[in-house]
Design a protein around this ligand. Sequence first.
Ligand code: PRP
Length: 213
Amino acid sequence: MDKAVTFALAKGRLANKAVELLEGQGIDCGVLREQGRRLVFDGPDGCRFLLVKPSDVPTYVDHGVADVGVVGKDTLMEENRPLYEMLDLGFGACRLCVAGRPGTSLNDRHLRVATKYPRIAAEVFAQRGSTIEIIRLNGSVELGPLVGLSDVILDIVESGATLKANGLCVLEEICPVSARLVVNRVSLKTKESAIRPLVEGLRAALKEERKEK
Ligand code: PRP
């Protein structure tokens, strides 16, 4: 790349597939395979990689310390930052849902909603005209209705296994979710010669991948 690009990649479920896609575009991500606790990785072709918590990817890209990020649409909706969302990368597909014990009514007054997504929850229930209490959790949200902390949860559902294992079910589907490529607004101009070809290359690769399916 003629201009060094810094990537913010979400640690966890999206990381491997993100690396695979970047490598498909000729970006050497070998340094990311190092074992250990490092958080910044400099690749041989001038690219830098930051491994961050998924919910922090939009923050790094918005502040311009990373030019490009790979992050779930759920996190983008929650963070609501002024980034360019360039591509739906297709992987990490799941659904944002309201879930609870079977038969739980969503029309109850003062529903208590446990979630990692307080902003989305506020918006979803405001659209329904419901008054809710949001209980912010950072993980294992399914516990909420089981121990009486909340009536329902708003969370991502992938296989549905976690809900099932805890006797919960989807009560309402909000929207599909998948990984997105986001770009800092200034970087798109200042590093256009590096970022545009990457976006177009990824777009073409994704098109091919969809054709093969
Ligand atoms: C996510 C999500 C659900 C689960 C859904 O949690 O919050 O708990 O995965 O996946 P499933 O439908 O395939 O069971 P994650 O594993 O990211 O951990 P967390 O609960 O600590 O956030």
